[in-house]
Write a protein that binds this ligand. Structure first.
Ligand SMILES: Nc1ncnc2c1ncn2[C@@H]1O[C@H](COP(=O)(O)OP(=O)(O)OP(=O)(O)O)[C@@H](O)[C@H]1O
Length: 314
């Protein structure tokens, strides 16, 4: 089972530009979570802080009992091994074949023989549906294949946590739907913690167990998907509905701090389930126990959807 990430009071600025502050959330172990937000709200910066590529000024990031913001270099090195990252553009080496790209972390960080590497790379290529593309160069792949190659590379060291930075960027809606299914299938097969940052509404509405949103330098919320999906908060309803009427403007400068807007909460669509033949997601049972404890604190609408999902009649 994957590992939990606990974030407490995180703040990040670049010079005088504050990106976000007071971000606190827990990404539950082995579950699928999505962090949404309009462009430029600092989603990628958040992921980079989680893997230690950027250092926040305040707050804690607890993984396996260690604070990533205050640990020693050797502790950070060990913790980084728990993470696999799918970067926005796949971040593949352009002059290496797909096979060598996926094998790269194994050759760099382990002493495995080439025969062992071949077995592991082939396993991951099969998992992401890339068998047959071993000898291709990244430039010869479609955007969707590049994402899947990046995902295979992120998986090759068997991480406990996978961070995906806009896995849908540059993909058409159909390829995005395939990739969403792939992430759900992956979670069913390896029970790994997955955190996706995106502004894709369809991914947000179909993939995660947990959903959060960054807006105007704050975390609007983070928790079981039903909370945000039923939220009448104008900024959430506007974003998830993908329409113009609401506080989110054309750019950050035109976002409104306050005002009143009619909130139309978009209909909740069912969460994706693993493809036929795959095991059930172990996270479902764990999440049910976790959310059961939270039920009294949820809004009536959120509670109703949670219970309906568990088969309790409305
Ligand atoms: N290394 C950096 N130095 C200075 N500013 C940075 C740096 N990295 C990011 N920023 C700024 O932080 C802000 C948030 O950027 P980020 O890429 O995290 O947004 P995002 O929410 O992921 O956006 P998008 O959805 O468009 O990818 C932007 O204003 C960006 O210019």
């Amino acid at each position: 089972m994957g590992v939990q990430i606990e974030v407490h009071g995180l703040a990040k600025s670049f010079g005088r530009q504050n990106i976000w502050q007071d971000v606190s959330l827990t990404v539950p172990a082995g579950e699928l979570s999505v962090l949404l937000g309009p462009s430029g709200t600092g989603k990628s910066v958040f992921l980079k802080c989680l893997v230690g590529l950027l250092r926040p000024e305040r707050g804690r990031i607890m993984v396996n009992g260690v604070d990533l913001c205050r640990c020693t270099e050797s502790e950070r090195y060990e913790l980084r091994k728990l993470f696999g990252v799918l970067f926005q553009d796949g971040a593949l080496f352009g002059s290496m074949t797909v096979y060598d790209n996926i094998a790269f972390p194994l050759r760099e960080h382990t002493r495995k023989t080439e025969a062992e590497i071949r077995r592991l790379v082939n396993d991951k290529m099969e998992l992401v549906g890339l068998v047959g593309a071993e000898r291709k160069l990244p430039g010869e792949l479609s955007g969707g294949m590049r994402k899947r190659a990046g995902l295979a590379r992120a998986l090759v060291l068997d991480p406990e946590i996978i961070l995906c930075d806009e896995p849908d960027s540059g993909l058409d809606p159909v390829r995005t739907a395939y990739l969403s299914q792939l992430l759900v299938d992956l979670n069913a097969q390896v029970d790994v913690t997955i955190l996706i940052v995106t502004h894709n509404i369809s991914v947000a509405r179909t993939v995660p167990d947990n959903l959060g949103m960054l807006y105007r330098r704050r975390l609007v919320g983070f928790g079981p998907r039903e909370i945000l999906l039923t939220s009448e908060e104008p900024v959430v309803a506007q974003f998830l509905g993908g329409h113009r009427h609401g506080p989110i403007g054309m750019s950050e400068e035109t976002d409104a701090a306050e005002g009143t807007w009619p909130s139309t909460v978009p209909e909740i669509v069912p969460q994706l389930t693993p493809s036929p033949g795959l095991p059930a997601r172990q996270a479902i049972q764990r999440r049910q126990e976790r959310v059961r404890v939270m039920l009294p604190t949820l809004s009536p609408a959120a509670r109703e959807h949670v219970l309906a999902n568990w088969g309790v009649p409305r």
